[in-house]
Design a protein. Structure first.
Length: 364
């Protein structure tokens, strides 16, 4: 794989063994499972993108609070791993709202997440913390971190169930420990979300590492379209439950879609920009428990209009000669998925669908 970067991390050829941990209350592997060693050739981390601001004046060593000082911020933080005999194109994984790179790592109930699943399938993985989130919290614009309790809202919005009940058949562990880990994987923004800042940082990442495949989730879905329009090194997009930022050519913008979660507004862009999205294969996946008719529960109803908008969006891409596909997992016989199909109990099955897409498009 062409890795046009200076390696920032430890070079190693090591065996990482992920075995069942009997002392843990979480389920790491089914009894009797043999987890094969995972061979990593190289791993590391770095910051990419961002900007520098400077305060007026001249820095005075005797006065640490004096002016003339700089602040490096608005970068993304990236952790990467390259397996032995890696495939040509890496996977760049971008988290959703209220999340950070943890979303692709070990699942809430202790199983392997997409990071390890696809490392085992021979793909290098790059996990992003977007600007002003997680390990990339240093921003050039200040913000307020709220301590308002809100986890029951997210339990509903992420379609685990309707608090405090789980949906029947939901692909989520009923373990109290799993729910504890799930809630503790959320993290706040340290400053306002700026789609230009975030998409610029992700575009800069592809400039650094070369061609690859972008994997987005939820809020990063719309920002992923922007990054792909900025950088042709993004060779394909796999998007899990995009929630906003559906871009349409000027003159072809559908009306806003109303739901009990609020209206979903599409975004108009010049056709010349939109056409860039027709040059790459794109696939979108949505999980289960999305109503077909309007309902009072905003946690579910908001996804009804997002699924509908995604279908319109894919249709518009294809009408302009592109290659986009929307997949509603229950319609393919895959049931019980939440807003996080890639970390649900059936995430290996969901990963297999992604692998089939990559193979079909000759991206593996």
């Amino acid at each position: 794989m062409n890795m046009n970067i200076k390696r920032h991390g430890l070079r190693l050829l090591a065996t990482l063994v992920f075995a069942a941990l009997s002392a843990s209350p979480l389920t790491y592997a089914a009894e009797g499972d043999v987890v094969e060693p995972l061979m990593i050739q190289e791993q590391g981390s770095f910051a990419v993108g961002g900007t520098v601001i400077q305060s007026p004046g001249t820095f005075d060593t005797a006065n640490p609070a004096s002016g003339g000082q700089t602040l490096h911020g608005d970068h993304a933080r990236v952790f990467y791993q390259v397996p032995v005999n890696a495939r040509k194109l890496p996977l760049v994984m971008w988290h959703g709202f209220g999340q950070f790179s943890k979303t692709w790592e070990t699942t809430a109930d202790g199983r392997e997440g997409y990071q390890n699943i696809f490392l085992r399938r021979g793909f290098a993985t790059y996990l992003i913390d977007q600007p002003r989130r997680g390990a990339a919290g240093r921003g050039t614009v200040g913000g307020t971190v709220s301590a308002m309790p809100d986890e029951q809202r997210w339990f509903n919005t992420f379609r685990v169930g309707v608090w405090p009940e789980y949906f029947p058949g939901v692909q989520f562990s009923r373990s109290k420990d799993a729910l504890e880990q799930y809630f503790r994987a959320m993290t706040p923004d340290t400053g306002p979300i700026d789609v230009k800042v975030t998409s610029d940082a992700v575009s800069a990442l592809f400039e650094k590492i070369g061609p690859g495949i972008l994997v987005t989730h939820s809020h990063s879905g719309g920002m992923g379209w922007l990054a792909a329009m900025k950088n042709p090194r993004i060779r394909a997009i796999v998007s899990y439950e995009p929630g906003s930022g559906f871009v349409f050519p000027e003159g072809e913008v559908p009306p806003a879609m109303a739901s009990s979660a609020g209206a979903l507004e599409p975004v108009a862009i010049p056709q010349s920009e939109f056409m860039k999205l027709t040059k790459i294969p794109i696939i979108i996946y949505y999980g289960d428990f999305i109503p077909k008719e309007p309902m009072a529960n905003p946690g579910q109803d908001g996804w009804r209009v997002r699924l509908a908008m995604a279908k319109l969006w894919a249709g518009t891409i294809n009408r302009h000669g592109g290659d986009a596909k929307g997949v509603h997992l229950p319609e393919t016989g895959v049931h019980g998925n939440t807003h996080f199909p890639f970390s649900d109990l059936n995430n290996v099955q969901v990963a297999e669908l992604m692998s089939e897409f990559l193979a079909e498009k000759h991206l593996d």
